[in-house]
Ligand binder design. Structure first.
Ligand code: UDP
Ligand code: MG
Length: 352
């Protein structure tokens, strides 16, 4: 049974009121509040995005518990399901839900494009000021939503769930621990659980996220790099009741490649020569020193033709030049194709 707990709800309500356009601290009978009441089903404040791949048995239960929590907040909301190419009747179940409940909106992919793509499509169609994401398999608990929102109300831009007592097999928990540790070390953003499906975002965070492949795991990293305030709270996690996990062990291997992509995208996208040039220069310098030594040996008539060190020296110099060239080509690409306004993120302006 999924709990229904509403912590910090007063904070939340105040915060949500603040978010309504033109209604900073409105009085109860202010026209804008009345207007908001009238259009409450057209202009949601909260959007819940749920990627779904073959979760038919879970959907009605999820909708029920989610609705219970969302209605208890008393604010306009929408639930946006993205069917990521299911073939188990999930879409039928979702259609039924959308017919019964006008809060439910639906996107159906032609085939399975992956969770990142599903989230991306969902984000593109949300209308809320705050976006919640959660998995469609009942493992995330909707009762945690008010706690996430309270944290947003404190001024955080992204609040990530942390499955402190994760209800998954050890074979999943261990690699996940390693994954989170490495990601924290490499990115400098300290989170216990980057890959938790349950998260809350201010709308600005998800507006321009480059989400594809399996980059959804790094949303907090990308947001952090953009200057958004990212935090985490412990959330309850349930074991899977129906169906099976869509990911196997190899996701962690792929995950580390994705980490390289994210480091490249977040730190070096505007200055590729600093990355490739740095590595290139190191190789070149090492090769140069080795070759200098070889030249010295040759000058004092020591035979060097059979020395493996000579091959290493030449190889390092060539590799170094290649890395530096790659960096230069990267710089050329940015100059020609890059958007000069995409490397900063403006929080506020006055008189602009
Ligand atoms: N999912 C998806 N597309 C995919 C894989 C997964 O939409 O290609 C959805 C899935 O239906 C679920 C969520 O992403 O709602 C998380 O997947 P899963 O529960 O299999 O991941 P796990 O909990 O095992 O990490
Ligand atoms: Mg799951």
């Amino acid at each position: 049974m999924i709990r229904c707990r509403v912590p910090g709800v007063r904070d939340l309500i105040n915060f949500l009121k603040d978010l309504e356009p033109g209604t900073r601290n409105p009085t109860p009978d202010s026209p804008s509040l009345k207007y908001m009441e009238e259009i409450k089903d057209i202009t949601p404040i909260l959007s819940v995005v749920i990627p779904v791949l073959n979760e038919a048995e879970s959907l009605a239960l999820l909708h029920q518990s989610l609705t219970q929590v969302l209605t208890s907040l008393g604010k306009p909301y929408e639930i946006l399901f993205v069917d990521d190419g299911s073939n188990d009747g999930s879409y039928k179940a979702l259609c039924r839900l959308s017919e019964e409940d006008s809060h439910v909106r639906l996107i159906k992919f032609r085939r399975n494009f992956g969770k990142a793509a599903a989230l991306s499509a969902g984000f593109a169609h949300t209308r809320g000021a705050i976006i919640i994401t959660m998995d469609g398999d009942l493992q995330d608990d909707p009762a945690e939503i008010p706690a996430l929102l309270s944290k947003i109300a404190e001024g955080w831009d992204l609040v990530s769930g942390w499955k402190a007592h994760r209800k998954d097999p050890l074979s999943k928990r261990l690699p996940s621990k390693l994954f989170n540790w490495v990601t924290t070390k490499v990115t400098g953003l300290s989170l216990h659980d980057f890959n938790c499906g349950l998260k809350a975002y201010r709308h600005e965070v998800i507006k321009n996220l480059p989400l594809y492949g399996e980059l959804h795991r790094y949303i907090p990293v990308m947001a952090h790099e953009q200057g958004f305030r990212v935090t985490e709270i412990k959330v309850r996690h349930h074991s899977r009741k129906f169906g099976k996990s869509k990911y196997r062990f190899e996701r962690y291997l792929r995950g580390f490649f994705d980490l390289l992509t994210v480091v490249l995208l977040t730190r070096y996208i505007r200055r590729p020569l600093h990355l490739f040039g740095g590595v290139g220069l190191l190789c070149f310098a090492a090769g140069f020193v080795i070759n200098l030594y070889m030249t010295y040996l040759w000058l004092i008539s020591v035979p060097i033709g059979h020395r493996p060190l000579l091959i290493l020296g030449v190889l390092l110099v060539v590799t170094g030049v290649q890395f530096i060239s790659m960096g230069l080509i990267g710089e050329l690409l940015i100059k020609e194709r890059g958007d000069p306004h995409s490397h900063y993120n403006i929080e506020d302006t006055r008189g602009i």
